[in-house]
Design a binder for this molecule. Structure first.
Ligand SMILES: [Cu+2]
Length: 701
């Protein structure tokens, strides 16, 4: 009942706010309020009726002749790729994607999240937002908050900044893979909308994707017909995944193509309408689990104008590649003949032609499917692709890659931060799967372990434990990996993907910042076949001198004169600003940021299973001045808690006599003392700041 009234309230609120667009906050409002309820749904069901796909429509399960029956309205049906066997999804407000949140810069956004799942906790991350001054609103479980338990609500409140294309998604387990995401658009009040807009989420889809089972399969291997499935590969020979790309979805809709006949099941697709002679901006959001997409529109060139919320000097291309977590805004000019055109999101798998499809329909064009073809790339007219995770396409493809460090920001407003003596920090972080017997995902050989408390808001109870002997050069260890930076530091991070753990390219996402992308270095390739032949030798992995053996846990510049910020060939004047960047197989990326946003920021691969497995770390930024959360902010801990036990009593909770009375006494004493400590904590004279002296456990490692 509570859930029902919550939903009704949610709908009412969203409708009252729908002044301009359906989910758009009024430009005049100072506060925009939204309600999101997370719950499970089955795909391909309308209420209690199973539906099936045919010729771009869906029909009730018992319809025999589709030529005489009326198709079913698509509202309230999560079609995904039209696969008839309903798949479980985890979605906000019953839709996939969840409702878009569209607001204006500077507005206060209030989102009430209710967890109506029965068995899973959740949190919600606002991907790309910096949460300046409110780092506890970042939505990372056990980092910035305790998970929201089934039945609980949690209200997020944050400032809408900067402007651009962002998204929200669950940061708990594999819920994003299961459908728990939506667009978050922050509009610029000052800027007139030169182009009308379309929002486009793109994702990979698999029929047997239950995220937990998927993770188990990734960990333990996958079998088909008693044969071990080998990972798919991209043209450079880098691995993509053992997990099958069965369909691609755009705005939650796609089509399953039978792998043998190639015939599609005719599921309904997303249609983007345009008027001839006008310009349209597409805000594309990579919400997928594993696979990148190469996006193009038949009969049109794409003008790329922004990525991850920051404007780029416009670049006209045939296509661009988007990875999970990234966003690209492109403009198309609707100047072609009035007709229907395919929008394509090609998988990068070298041995298949899987894709996500949608329709670009000019007003006045027939309500039919496009018959257009992808532009052919020729010797005299090469195709240009932006953001390849490799340097080359095979020679005969007549396709050229343009890396993001070769593009420029649209403005001189955001030069890379300068290096000031004594305020410069440089970290080498290798993302990969190093190992000998087992090869788990890690960063510098550190397999990330979630803290048992909300580390940022309960720092006294958190210890990173990365100081143990198992951590080190050519070693693997499991711990909560933290690097520390101080207020005002210029921080240079060299993200590499090489050595023994090379093989997959990683889209790495940093919370709390839009970093400056100043250089990318790719591996070595055979330029004819496009196959990777070795690591980029700008980086010295150290450790085992054999490049195929070193874990690359302790990397540095091969040329030591590059240390201290002296890397040649960097773009400092107009670097792109991003929050998600692909670290190519065998290559590296150099990013800079200014430590101006105190918080504890998650930094992780955005491929769901790599992240799960431990390819993440935390950036402990300006710990002593991290703002304090509201006094009633939820806490969580292990029971029995060593920290609480130490503070409150010398008695072991499980006393040797096993005396029930003693245990009860301890619990009451702990609860009372906890309350007392909590109250004292809340009225601490340094309220508003963390007290560094008393937070010894969150330290640089
Ligand atoms: Cu990864």
């Amino acid at each position: 009942m509570a859930s029902c009234s919550f939903t009704i309230l949610a709908i009412l609120i969203i409708v009252t706010r729908a002044v301009i667009g359906e989910d758009e906050c009024s430009e005049a409002a100072t506060v925009c309020e939204f309600y999101l309820e997370l719950d499970h749904r089955p795909t391909m069901m309308k209420g209690d009726d199973l539906v099936y796909a045919n010729n771009g429509h869906i029909y009730k399960y018992d319809v025999i002749n589709t030529s005489t029956a009326s198709p079913i309205d698509l509202s309230e049906v999560i079609t995904a790729d039209g696969w008839e066997n309903p798949r479980l999804v985890t979605v906000f407000n019953g839709t996939m994607p969840g409702p878009p949140i569209i607001v204006y810069e500077g507005q206060t956004v209030v989102v009430h999240v209710k967890n109506s799942l029965k068995s899973e906790a959740t949190t919600l991350h606002w991907h790309g937002l910096h949460q300046r001054g409110r780092p506890w609103m970042d939505g990372v479980p056990f980092v910035t908050q305790c998970p929201i338990l089934p039945g609980q609500t949690f209200t997020y409140e944050f400032l809408a900044e900067p402007t651009g294309t962002f998204w929200y998604h669950s940061h708990m387990g594999g819920q994003r893979t299961m459908g728990a995401f939506g667009a978050l658009i922050i509009r610029n009040r000052m800027k007139e909308n030169a182009a009308q807009e379309h929002v486009m989420t793109i994702q990979d889809w698999n029929h047997d994707w239950d995220s937990e089972l998927a993770y188990m399969k990734i960990q333990h291997g996958m079998y088909e017909g008693r044969k071990k499935v080998q990972p798919s590969m991209s043209v450079d020979g880098a691995l993509l995944s053992i997990f099958k790309f069965q369909s691609g979805l755009i705005n939650g809709r796609g089509r399953y193509h039978d792998p043998v006949s190639g015939k599609s099941n005719g599921a309904p697709l997303e249609v983007f309408e345009v008027e001839h002679g006008k310009a349209y901006m597409f805000r594309v959001i990579g919400v997928g689990t594993v696979y990148p997409f190469r996006i193009s529109v038949d009969g049109h060139t794409l003008t790329i104008v922004a990525s991850d919320g920051y404007e780029i000097e416009s670049e006209v291309v045939e296509s661009f590649i988007i990875n999970p977590g990234e966003r690209f805004d492109f403009i198309i000019y609707a100047n072609s003949a009035i007709s229907n055109y395919w929008i394509r999101g090609l998988s990068l798998e070298a041995t298949s032609n899987h894709s996500a499809e949608a329709i670009l329909r000019y007003n006045g064009a027939p309500n039919e499917e496009p018959t257009t073809s992808k532009r052919s790339c020729t010797q005299n007219n090469n195709c240009v692709v932006v953001n390849c995770p490799y340097s080359y396409y095979p020679l005969q493809d007549y396709t050229k890659c343009k890396s993001l460090d070769k593009l420029k920001a649209a403005t001189y407003k955001y030069p890379a931060p300068d290096i000031e003596p004594g305020k410069f920090k440089e970290f080498f972080l290798n993302f990969g799967f190093p190992g000998t017997n087992s090869t788990p995902p890690s960063v510098n050989g550190h397999i990330f372990e979630n803290p048992p408390v909300s580390a940022m808001t309960q720092p006294k109870e958190f210890h990173s434990s990365c100081d143990k002997a198992e951590c080190g050069e050519d070693k693997l260890c499991t711990c909560s990996h933290v690097i520390s930076i101080d207020d005002g530091d210029t921080v240079q991070l060299i993200l590499s993907n090489m050595g023994n753990g090379r093989g997959y390219s990683h889209p790495v996402h940093l919370h709390g910042h839009a970093f400056h992308l100043i250089k990318m270095g790719y591996g070595q390739y055979n330029e004819t076949t496009a196959k990777i032949t070795g690591d980029n030798l700008d980086i010295n992995c150290r450790g085992n001198p054999d490049r195929s053996m070193t874990f690359c846990n302790n990397a540095t510049w091969a040329n030591t004169s590059w240390l201290g910020g002296n890397v040649p060939g960097v773009e400092l004047e107009r670097p792109l600003r991003k929050d998600t960047i692909i670290v190519p197989t065998g290559g590296y990326v150099v990013i800079r940021l200014k430590a101006d946003n105190p918080g504890l920021w998650n930094f992780h691969c955005h491929i769901e299973f790599h992240n799960h497995g431990g390819m993440q770390l935390l950036v402990n930024e300006s710990f002593s001045i991290i703002p304090k959360p509201p006094p009633d902010f939820p806490t969580c801990w292990n029971f029995p808690s060593i920290y609480h036990a130490k503070r409150e009593t010398n008695h072991n909770v499980f006393h040797e006599n096993g005396n029930r009375y003693m245990i009860l006494t301890w619990i009451f004493a702990a609860a009372f003392s906890g309350l007392l400590v909590y109250t004292l904590y809340a009225i601490h004279p340094h309220h508003g700041q963390m007290d560094e002296d008393k937070m010894p456990l969150l330290q640089e490692k």
